[in-house]
Design a protein around this ligand. Structure first.
Ligand SMILES: [Zn+2]
Length: 432
């Protein structure tokens, strides 16, 4: 399989030795107490039991009593979107919206997410700005613009023809084979890392429902045929109703996003095709303030939350491969690791939830050679907490409980001063 573009952030030249912490390395292996992690030039050099002699030249940071995990990966965000702020957004200048998106990116990083996949709404400028250190945020993979047929989830026309929502520079409508080829080639030219299609309608769109089927299996297969000739960009399907979920899997998507009403046949198909489920429970289980959203949206949300609670739990119990993703933008930004607590609520063990948010998500994004676990050779993306997430995962939901965040060997968050007291400063942006 072709490998994906590795999303960059500036790499640190600091030589670090983190000692004494309990390591949950993301592989699913039992935690290791008193672990030692050495990082240099932005990568992990060693992760394992404490060694007799510390490496020469490394700055030692004592993290006894803390827990270290890989930087988390949120496989489904919309950094430039805030559903309850949509009306206000239409009155904003583009620059203002970009700054708000940059703030969301930073909040996401501070919540413990060092890599994310934006499934619609931002262009490659965000990825480039983060790579250049102009703003701080997660390493990014981008879908740019989600695709659907006329009248589907990405078609922002009301029944009377009025245009709502954002006008994407790339036309999101695919009805014919030629539309599929042209649109996918345009997305690839523009820098898409993943192709997002809507194989069902949705909760937040005004004129369709999750039971409606959108992009058919033939078109998913045609997209895979096109991207196989390029970087092998995988397909992620917005898929909520039972029929559209099966359409997506039969077409060969790499991930089913949402999957709220997956039926037993759909679960069997996912197991057969090794498809990832990104259940976006932070959005699914959250019913918004009815005063802030249209009534149709509120009513649909109440109904589909109950369905998701039952059917996603069934998929978990059957053992489908899960990667964590929040759909932040539909739910608030910067509380991403609440998703792990929701996954536990619906049946994963705390360890399974951590693996879903690290190793599995890295595999979904084809970044597992570099990210997702704390192992020698991988990028030094880590978080540090001072509680035991295997005993109780709920504290992860609060970003203030993520006390330390390391990205590419840079200390980007040091809320308790553990790194500062060892003489390692926190890194800001290239702008200071
Ligand atoms: Zn989404």
């Amino acid at each position: 399989m072709q490998t994906a573009l590795l999303p960059q952030v500036p790499a640190s030249d600091t030589h670090l030795l983190l000692t004494g912490a309990r390591l949950i390395d993301g592989t699913g292996n039992a935690p290791l107490d008193g672990a030692e992690i050495e990082a240099a030039d932005g990568r992990i050099v060693y992760a394992g039991p404490s060694r007799d002699a510390p490496p020469a030249g490394a700055t030692v940071v004592d993290l006894a009593g803390k827990t270290i995990m890989p930087g988390f990966i949120d496989a489904h965000v919309h950094l430039a979107m805030s559903i309850e702020d949509r009306a206000a957004d239409t009155a904003r200048f583009m620059s203002e919206r970009v700054f708000r998106g940059a703030l969301n990116a930073r909040k996401t990083l501070m919540a413990g997410v060092t890599t994310a996949r934006d499934l619609g709404g931002i262009d490659p400028g965000f990825r480039a700005a983060i790579a250049a250190g102009l703003v701080q945020g997660p390493r990014l993979h981008l879908a740019l613009t989600p695709l659907s047929p006329t009248g589907g989830h990405s078609d922002h026309h009301l029944p009377n023809g009025t245009q709502t929502g954002d006008l994407s520079p790339i036309d999101p409508i695919i009805d014919t084979d030629d539309d599929v080829r042209r649109t996918v080639r345009t997305l690839v030219r523009t820098g898409a890392d993943v192709i997002k299609v809507c194989t069902t309608g949705g909760v937040s769109s005004p004129s369709d429902t999750p039971d409606d089927v959108g992009v058919p299996a033939e078109h998913v297969a045609l997209i895979n045929h096109e991207t196989a000739k390029r970087a092998g960009q995988p397909v992620a399907a917005h898929a909520q109703g039972a029929e559209g979920i099966k359409e997506a899997i039969r077409g060969g998507v790499r991930s089913v996003e949402h999957g709220y009403d997956i039926d037993d046949e759909g679960i069997a198909l996912m197991l057969e095709h090794d498809t990832f489920l990104v259940p976006t429970l932070s959005s699914a289980l959250r019913v918004p303030d009815p005063a802030l959203v249209p009534d149709y949206l509120y009513q649909k949300k109440v109904k589909w939350s109950a369905i998701a609670r039952e059917r996603v739990a069934a998929a978990f119990a059957a053992g489908v491969k899960v990667a964590l993703g929040t759909d932040a933008g539909i739910c608030p930004h910067g509380v991403n690791l609440r998703e792990a607590a929701h996954a536990v609520e619906l049946g994963l063990s705390p360890m399974q939830a951590i693996v879903a948010g690290t190793k599995n998500a890295a595999e979904l994004m084809r970044l597992d050679a570099d990210l997702g676990t704390v192992e020698a050779g991988k990028l030094a993306d880590l978080i540090v907490v001072d509680f035991d997430p295997l005993a109780d995962i709920d504290p992860l939901a609060k970003p203030e409980n993520v006390r330390g965040v390391v990205q590419g060997g840079h200390i980007v968050k040091d809320a308790s001063g553990w790194f500062a007291s060892a003489g390692v400063p926190t890194t800001g942006t290239a702008l200071g």
